[in-house]
Design a protein around this ligand. Structure first.
Ligand code: SAH
Ligand code: SF4
Length: 429
């Protein structure tokens, strides 16, 4: 989502006559498109921002214009300005479309430091005709639902990205069509809880399944993926559609977060461990080739060794093709922040390491299971680690490499036999 918002800001500034700088040092405007989901992401921004602010202060200069955009801007608002007097603009995700005007105001010195935040009455559709002018690539992300209204107890997203707002289907389709004309073959539709797409739109006729069917109809688009499905809202109808509509890739990212019912309840996730496991079983029965990935939070307040082993057990039972394992991070303003029984960092680290080792083993085994089978790879470019080969993704979203061939180009979908697997991907040579 941040990539999408960055692209939008870039094209909006292009309209004002700006172009991309070759390096940070040469830039007249530096924009931080930030994430607040975990403290670690914010710390990275503080590091670079602090360095640039200090430099600007020492040189007593007006430039570069420093802009903080995205979730940190929404979370900290004017506090950021107070903390860094060198920051010129703090602009929340609901106000991206105003970036050009605000920069103009700063350059023309109409106003001092500016902070804009909030979601009331904002325009969500930041798509504009020039958005993809300089876009190149065979894959693209398109946001279809902004914000989230789930309020999982640990999560900052509803506060910094606002409530769920679906984009109109016509706008999504226009955008995907434009990308298709630019040579994009694979689209990933984005939403924090994408299953609920359409439920806030007037008329109530459009839902997530109809959106998927329409996107899959676009001839030049060969593959459609989507992120993120929520276990409480993902039903067999989606899996049945994935099975019959071959442009929908056989890959479902469905975060379960914890294997303990006690923790799931505290997290306010809206499902139990058994309900989650049942869904996976049901989905696999209908569509055995479907692969799964997930997100897990380790060390949520009150997580005991027993709760932790229940999470481990889910990883072992389901054998996800991949999993993103996160250490719990306290987020100010969330319900979880008020929980008393915080798990010590040393314990979180140990549990995280244990889960990582387990999942790495499972992922490697899942990769090895592909050896001997034929996979279809969408070629994305030269393999970074071996320049004599090309790499891309299989339908199951595995990274795969093939030997360079004269008749194979970027954007082609090629079939190849897997001869070898590594912990990170597949080799067809
Ligand atoms: N909307 C998606 C994901 C949003 S954020 C969903 O509901 O699944 C991506 C992931 O970050 C989450 O799935 C969760 O695993 C993790 N995450 C969110 N808040 C966190 C926090 N406070 N600490 C650690 N991980 C967190
Ligand atoms: Fe956060 Fe939960 Fe919404 Fe995902 S569904 S963005 S975890 S509140």
């Amino acid at each position: 989502m941040n990539e999408y918002d960055s692209l939008a800001m870039k094209s909006l500034l292009k309209r004002e006559g700006y172009s991309s700088a070759r390096s940070l040092e040469e830039a007249d405007i530096v924009i931080f498109e930030t994430c607040s989901v975990r403290q670690k992401a914010e710390d990275k921004v503080f590091g670079v921002l602090g360095r640039l602010a200090k430099k600007k202060r020492r040189q007593d200069k007006e430039y570069p214009i420093l802009v903080v955009a995205g979730c940190m801007a929404e979370r900290m608002k004017k506090d950021l300005i107070k903390r860094y007097p060198e920051v010129d603009l703090v602009i929340g995700p609901g106000h991206i479309h105003e970036i050009g005007d605000k920069i103009k105001d700063i350059v023309e010195k109409k106003r001092g430091q500016i902070s804009v935040s909030g979601f009331k009455g904002t325009i969500d559709d930041i798509y504009n005709e020039g958005l993809y002018e300089n876009f190149s690539g065979v894959k693209a992300y398109v946001t279809v639902v902004r914000g989230c209204t789930n309020y999982c107890s640990y999560c900052i997203v509803p506060y910094v990205r606002g409530p769920e707002r679906s984009r109109k289907i016509e706008e999504v389709l226009t955008e995907v069509n434009e990308l298709a004309k630019k040579g994009v073959k694979e689209i990933t539709l984005l939403g924090q809880n994408i299953n609920i797409y359409g439920r806030d739109l007037k008329g109530g006729k459009i839902d997530f399944l109809s959106l998927l069917k329409e996107v899959a109809k676009i001839p030049l688009i060969k593959r459609v993926r989507f992120l993120t499905t929520h276990p409480k809202d993902t039903d067999i109808e989606l899996v049945e559609l994935m099975k019959t509509q071959k442009k929908l890739m056989p890959y479902l990212h469905m975060p379960f977060q914890s294997g303990s019912d006690k923790i799931l309840e505290k997290m306010k996730r809206g499902y139990t461990r058994d309900e989650f496991l049942e869904k996976i079983k049901e989905f696999r029965k209908v569509y055995p080739e479907l692969s799964f990935s997930t997100d897990v939070i380790v060390g949520y307040p009150g997580e005991t060794e027993e709760d932790f082993s229940l999470t481990k057990e889910v990883l072992e039972k389901v054998r996800f093709d991949g999993a993103y394992l996160f250490k719990y991070s306290d987020r100010s303003g969330t319900k979880a922040e008020d929980e008393m029984e915080k798990v010590p960092q040393t314990v979180i680290k140990r549990r995280h390491k244990e889960l990582l080792e387990l999942q790495n083993k499972i992922t490697f085994e899942s990769n090895k299971n592909f050896v001997g089978s034929t996979v279809k790879i969408l070629i994305e470019g030269t393999n970074k680690t071996d320049k004599s080969s090309l790499s891309g993704r299989t339908e199951h979203n595995k990274v795969a490499a093939i030997q360079k061939q004269d008749n194979v180009n970027i954007g082609d979908i090629v079939s190849a036999e897997v001869v070898r697997a590594s912990p990170h991907g597949l080799y067809c040579y």
